[in-house]
Design a protein around this ligand. Structure first.
Ligand code: AMP
Ligand code: ZN
Length: 495
């Protein structure tokens, strides 16, 4: 048993991680509904899931991680009301639902890569519709009933429905909207029939008529197909603790024929919130990763911002907070880069595909014999083993980056290990890469440097009027001059 402890939402307590299959970790994360861009709140869920996966790999488990792609079945409400998200967007854009799905899936995958999230398996729900129909057939008699609008799951047929949500009302989850004829408010659709006289772009034949699967079914079916049941960990945002995951659990219980909830551990990241309102569309600017980049932030600054908070804490988004994370990132990258030049004079380092650092001069096996290395690795390990305490892990990382108590042969090995767990790929980026140019800024770096040289000369001649004029000119072009910048940046592009 490893020393890794994780918070299980089912029992609301920390539990040791004990794998179902010796030496393996199988993780399923609810993925995006690809009807629109993902906002950075959504991406927090994947930074968290990726960090969990990286910690499991670091602990030596062979990781299988699935993030499904919901390309069918998700209604505008998590319950069974509203329109189909995919079809609604397809109609709005005059495209097919399939084109919409392909476009936004590609965009999502690009964002994963920009956040240095390792590429997990991305199965699409539409590829599993036959398996969903089979699952429905197997549970229909004992657990479901048919209405004009589809096949519904009766939540009273499984023990302790809603245990995960700790639902307190008699009828189950209070937010669930009504569908005529449902036996219990919390009952949900396994299959949604296409209303008579209508056709959907995405529809299939089933024993309950032509239609589409209910959204919750796909995760039960895909997690079992790809990971087996029970599997180790199921993740998602905290909103899924209320409806989607209790419904998955109910389906799993019905299908597996016992009290088994499907996954041993259910983990939920808290929300990224924005003071002025919702993350997405409603507050004017749609906060997605591309917007951050357009404003001159490197995507890793957002990853770092997520890692600075515990995944179970709400994280408030602000541009100031992001800027602070960006400054911290720059400082680390600068220190890392300065030292890397020295290391590379001594040893040729190679980064293997799984992110481990190898050297051209032999293995690092004796590294743990050095107390200074052992002490830092122990502190780092303790942090990440404590329900992924990444904020403490980051401080240990910074201590290692800045210490001068380690030798050239020791530091890179330790740093590569830590950076890999945190998904900060400093071996692949340089200070220059962090100078992201905001969209719409036309001035070139050469022009900025030339203006700064003139300003320096003016200041040397005590011609402060000229110096101020140059500074104001630059500000007007979006360039903030930073005299005595402790990070060694003389200027930054203003946002
Ligand atoms: P969706 O596409 O709505 O199913 O969301 C994809 C993932 O993002 C799910 O795991 C959600 O729980 C999660 N999520 C949605 N909004 C936020 C947010 N503001 N902060 C963190 N996670 C979120
Ligand atoms: Zn799901």
């Amino acid at each position: 048993m490893s020393d890794l402890k994780l918070f299980n939402s089912l029992t609301r307590e920390l539990v040791p991680f004990v794998p179902v299959h010796l030496g393996e970790a199988r993780v399923y994360s609810c993925g995006p509904t690809v009807y629109n861009y993902q906002h950075i709140g959504n991406m927090r869920a994947y930074v968290f899931a990726d960090t969990l996966g990286r910690v499991l790999s670091y602990k030596g488990y062979k990781l299988t991680h699935v993030i499904n792609i919901t390309d069918v079945g998700h209604l505008t409400s998590d319950a069974d009301a509203g329109e189909d998200k995919m079809e609604k967007m397809a109609a709005a854009q005059g495209k097919t639902a399939w084109d919409i799905a392909a476009f936004y899936q590609a965009d999502f995958e690009a964002d994963l890569a920009r956040l240095n999230i390792r590429k997990p398996a991305h199965p699409k729900a539409t590829e599993y519709v036959d398996a969903m129909i089979e699952w429905g057939k197997e549970i229909a008699d004992k657990h479901c009933y048919e209405l004009d609008s589809g096949l519904y799951f009766d939540v009273c047929t499984v023990p302790e429905y809603g245990r995960l949500a700790r639902a307190v009302t008699e009828d189950g989850e209070g937010r669930i909207e009504d569908v005529d004829g449902k036996r219990n408010k919390a009952d949900f659709a396994i299959w949604r029939k296409t209303p008579a006289g209508e056709t959907r772009q995405m529809e299939w034949d089933s024993p309950w008529g032509r239609g589409a699967p209910g959204w919750h079914l796909e995760c039960s079916v895909m997690s079992k197909a790809l990971l087996g049941m029970p599997f180790d960990i199921h993740t998602g945002g905290i909103d899924h603790r209320e409806i989607h995951h209790p419904n998955e659990i109910a389906q799993n219980q019905a299908h597996e024929g016992c009290g088994d909830t499907g996954a041993r551990i259910w983990m939920h990241n808290n929300f990224l919130v924005e003071r002025s309102g919702k993350m997405s569309k409603s507050s004017g600017e749609f906060l997605r990763l591309q917007l951050l980049i357009d404003k001159g932030f490197h995507p890793l600054a957002y990853r770092l911002m997520c890692l600075q908070a515990h995944y179970r804490s709400e994280l408030e988004f602000s541009w100031e907070g992001l800027q602070a994370a960006f400054v911290r990132l720059k400082r680390m990258v600068r220190q890392f880069e300065n030292q890397r030049q020295r290391w590379e004079e001594t040893i040729v380092y190679l980064i293997s595909e799984d992110g481990e650092l190898k050297s051209s001069v032999g293995p690092f096996e004796d590294m743990l014999l050095y107390p200074v290395v052992l002490e830092k690795l122990a502190a780092f390990n303790e942090a990440v083993s404590d329900d992924l305490n990444t904020s403490i892990a980051l401080t240990v990382l910074e201590e290692v980056i800045s210490t001068n108590k380690m030798e050239v042969s020791q530091k890179p090995w330790l740093l590569a290990k830590m950076l890999n767990v945190l998904g900060l790929n400093f071996c692949e980026i340089s200070r220059n890469d962090l100078r992201v140019r905001p969209k719409g800024i036309v001035i070139t770096e050469a022009e900025i440097e030339a203006a700064l040289a003139q300003r320096k000369e003016a200041r040397a001649n005590k011609d402060f009027a000229t110096s101020d004029r140059i500074r104001d000119d630059l500000i007007a072009k979006g360039v903030e001059v930073m005299d005595g910048d402790p990070l060694g940046w003389d200027w930054k592009l203003d946002i």
